[in-house]
Design a protein around this ligand. Sequence first.
Ligand code: SF4
Ligand code: SF4
Length: 158
Amino acid sequence: MNQNNKVSLIDYCIPCKARCCKTGKLIGSPILSNKEAGRIGKNNLKKVKFPKGEYWVIKEQQSTNRCFFLNKQNKCKLQNLKPLDCLCYPIKAVYEKDLIRFITDSDCPASSFLNKEFIRESKKIAIKSIKRFDRETYQHWLDNYVGWVRKTIKLNKV
Ligand code: SF4
Ligand code: SF4
């Protein structure tokens, strides 16, 4: 749920009721750098095994598919501490052969209305995000935690 970028999507996010913060097959937990995990507080996170080590992701609220930090009003409790992967959504950087390209989640109701400034800012954040991890780790996260990427990979470039 991107309400913290320079260009907010809040007008779309309120009626949407935070679809992207309810984890499930298509939308998964953001992967966190150690620095992000430290800032957010590791008690509310879980460490999961990846091929090259263990990495932090956010827990779900008990017996639900809601991100631990999503409140009852469907707002993110983290605000200024939001993970990079939340800040760039619905845009994400992905590897394609030796290149990095950008894709959007077309299921996000705001995705058809992103303006140039939003796209520019989100791409910068998405690049920061992909560069934090080695390629295998990032790809493992996309493959196992971010289902919409698999679905979208052949679709629109932004
Ligand atoms: S899916 Fe899109 S419109 Fe809905 S809360 Fe997330 S960013 Fe906002
Ligand atoms: S950290 Fe905030 S923006 Fe990110 S998925 Fe959770 S509630 Fe949504």
